[in-house]
Design a protein. Structure first.
Length: 231
């Protein structure tokens, strides 16, 4: 006896949903039927697709070595781009604001040619972007996640590498006498007029953002401008 057409279509749709669940791990209702590779139109977000790719690699016994090699090679490109102290400093500087190549070269103590070469490495890894403004090429970080990555690396190094702590002690020999002050307390002290807040960063960094009522005296000028400070 032939199965009614409606029932047959319902069973077919159910098989399609089960096949989609088995292939992609998706348990959400399908708004459209699965296509040839089992990818729904609603699941086009790159992060979703990447996550599902890792899930499939870990759950299936098939040989995905070529895909894994290519995928991790792409991630390693970011690591290679950051595996240089000058390039890390460039990321740190650009995290404070966009800069021209001339300004960056002056900050990191490198020639224009070397600085441009380092920036090109970062650009090929999609970590920085740039545009032409008059005669200057101005660079900026490509996304907030770039600075977040550097900050994570910096914090990890501070926590795990004893040499980092020794280097800090070289420049701050008596850290025990320094008192930590949070922003709220600092603003209160400034309002009372009981402290003078010095920002010893370069003038360019100060102009790109600073705490209200801070006074800019770059560290290289500090010794010669002490007389300007209130006693």
């Amino acid at each position: 006896m032939a199965m009614p057409a409606r029932v047959d279509r319902d069973l077919s749709a159910d098989r399609t949903r089960r096949a989609h669940t088995a292939n992609t791990g998706c348990r959400e209702p399908c708004r459209k039927e699965c296509r040839t590779q089992g990818v729904l139109d609603s699941h086009t977000n790159p992060r979703y697709i990447l996550k599902k790719s890792f899930d499939l690699l870990s759950s299936r016994p098939m040989n995905h070595r070529p895909f894994k090699d290519r995928l991790y090679a792409e991630f390693a490109a970011i690591g290679r781009a950051l595996a240089n102290p000058h390039r890390l400093e460039l990321v740190d500087l650009l995290g404070q604001g966009e800069r021209s190549v001339d300004e960056l070269a002056h900050e990191i103590g490198q020639s224009l040619a070397n600085t441009s070469a380092h920036l090109q490495v970062l650009r090929r890894a999609r970590l920085v972007e740039s545009d032409k403004r008059g005669l200057n090429q101005v660079y900026r970080l490509a996304a907030p996640e770039v600075f977040a990555l550097w900050r994570t690396l910096r914090d990890l190094g501070s926590a795990r590498l004893a040499e980092v702590d020794r280097l800090v002690q070289t420049y701050l020999t008596d850290r025990a006498s320094l008192a930590a002050v949070d922003l709220n307390e600092l603003e209160h002290l400034l309002a009372q007029g009981s402290v003078t807040l010095l920002d010893v960063r370069p003038t360019l960094e100060f102009s790109q953002g600073h705490i209200p009522d801070a006074r800019s005296i770059p560290v290289e000028e500090l010794e010669h401008r002490l007389a300007e400070l209130p006693t």
